[in-house]
Ligand binder design. Structure first.
Ligand SMILES: Nc1ncnc2c1ncn2[C@@H]1O[C@H](COP(=O)(O)OP(=O)(O)OP(=O)(O)O)[C@@H](O)[C@H]1O
Ligand SMILES: [Mg+2]
Length: 322
C-alpha cells in the first residue's frame, strides 16, 4: 500500500492548567491516504480540534508536552523549524475553521484577502492572474456573480456564503491536505446541507486529501471514505466508512450510532445523551478510558489501556471485546 499523505503516530499532548497537567491527547494514531476524505468524530472535548491544531502546529501557549510524530509526505511537522512550518501552512496544509469570521478580516474586501492568500504560493504571478483565479474559485464554491461580489466586504455575505469564501481561500493555494474543523456547525441545517454538498462536489476536482472533523457520524458517513472515532483524547476505532457503519466494533461507536439513528436531523447534538460525562483528563487511569460509561465493561477493561488493534482488514478498535 502507498504511504499515506499524513501519518500521525503515537501523538500525545498535554496542556498546563491551573488544575494541573491535562493529558488531552494520548497515543493518537491515524493515517490519511492521498486523495481520500477521512472523517474524525467524537463528542465535544474528545480532542478533535487539538489534534488538528497539532497538525497545523497552531498550539496554544500553555502547551506542556507533545510526543509522537506527525509526518506529511515524509516530513516530520513536529520537528520543522517555525519558518518552514509557516511556509507549509496555507500552501501544503490549509484549515477551515468552524466560524468563518475567524479566517476573514472584516476590514478588507474579499478580493484583497483572496489575492493576498495566494502571494506566497505563487510569487511569480501577476495581481491580475491571482484575481482571475480568485474569481474562478468563488464560482467553483457557488458564489453567484463572483466577478462583482469579490469586491464586497465579508459582512455583506450570509454565514453560509462566508464559509464558502473561506473554503475557496483554503483551496486557492492547492494544499495537499485540507483540514475542515466542523465547518458547518455554525450554520443552520439547510445551509449545512449545502456546504456538505459543496465538499462532495469538490472531491471530483480536488486531488488532495481532506481531514473532516464533525460531531456527527451521519455527516461523515455520506462524505468520508474512512472514519476515525475519538473518545476523551484517544482513537477508539477506525475503519472504512462502510465497515464502521455496518459493523461498529467499539461499544462507544455503537452508542454514538444509536444516538444518531433516533434523532432525525443528523446534527449530533444529542450525542450527549450517552449516560455519564467525558472523563477528567487530569488523572487518567491505566485502563480503558470508556470503561466508566461502557454498558459492557468488565474486569479486564480495568487492566491497562487497550491497544488499537486490527480486528478485521483495515478495521481497528481499542476494546478488549472487539
Ligand atoms: N489550551 C488549553 N488548555 C487546557 N485545556 C485545553 C486547551 N485546549 C483544549 N483543552 C481541553 O482539551 C480537551 C479537548 O478539546 P478539543 O477542543 O480538542 O475537543 P474537540 O473534540 O474539538 O471538542 P468540540 O467538539 O467541542 O470542538 C477538552 O477537555 C478541552 O477542555
Ligand atoms: Mg473542536
Amino acid at each position: 500500500m502507498a504511504a499515506p499523505l499524513l501519518d500521525v503516530q503515537g501523538l500525545s499532548l498535554s496542556f498546563a492548567t491551573a488544575r494541573g497537567v491535562a493529558r488531552v491527547l494520548r497515543d493518537v494514531t491515524l493515517a490519511i491516504p492521498r486523495g481520500r476524505i477521512v472523517g474524525v468524530v467524537g463528542e465535544s472535548g474528545s480532542g478533535k480540534s487539538t489534534m488538528a491544531s497539532a497538525v497545523m502546529r497552531l498550539l496554544p501557549p500553555n502547551l506542556h508536552a507533545v510526543t509522537g510524530s506527525i509526518t506529511l509526505d515524509g516530513t516530520d511537522l513536529l520537528a520543522l523549524p517555525p519558518d518552514a512550518m509557516r511556509r507549509m501552512r496555507g500552501r501544503r496544509v490549509a484549515m477551515v475553521f468552524q466560524d468563518p469570521m475567524t479566517a476573514l478580516n472584516p476590514v478588507f474586501r474579499v478580493e484583497t484577502q483572496m489575492v493576498d492568500v495566494q502571494r506566497n504560493a505563487f510569487p511569480d504571478r501577476s495581481r491580475r492572474e491571482l484575481h482571475a483565479r480568485a474569481v474562478e474559485m468563488l464560482r467553483t464554491v457557488g458564489i453567484p456573480a463572483p466577478e462583482k461580489r469579490i469586491r464586497d466586504y465579508p459582512h455583506q455575505f450570509s454565514g453560509g456564503m462566508r464559509q464558502r469564501i473561506v473554503i475557496a481561500m483554503a483551496l486557492l493555494c492547492e494544499p495537499e491536505l485540507l483540514i475542515a474543523d466542523e465547518p458547518t456547525t455554525a450554520l443552520d441545517v439547510t445551509i449545512e446541507a449545502q456546504i456538505l454538498r459543496l465538499f462532495e462536489d469538490l472531491r471530483a476536482g480536488f486531488d488532495g486529501s481532506i481531514l473532516f472533523i464533525s460531531h456527527s457520524l451521519g455527516v461523515v458517513s455520506s462524505l468520508c471514505d474512512e472514519v476515525v472515532v475519538m473518545y476523551a483524547g484517544t482513537v477508539v476505532e477506525s475503519a472504512s466508512a462502510r465497515d464502521l457503519f455496518t459493523n461498529p466494533r467499539h461499544p462507544y461507536t455503537r452508542l454514538l450510532l444509536e444516538c444518531e439513528i433516533g434523532e432525525g436531523d443528523g446534527r449530533g447534538e444529542r450525542l450527549r445523551s450517552i449516560p455519564g460525562g467525558v472523563p477528567d483528563l487530569f488523572d487518567v487511569p491505566d485502563a480503558c478510558i470508556f470503561a466508566g460509561r461502557c454498558p459492557q465493561a468488565h474486569d479486564r477493561c480495568l487492566q491497562g489501556v487497550p491497544a488499537l488493534r486490527e480486528v478485521a482488514p483495515g478495521h481497528r478498535a481499542a476494546c478488549v471485546l472487539a
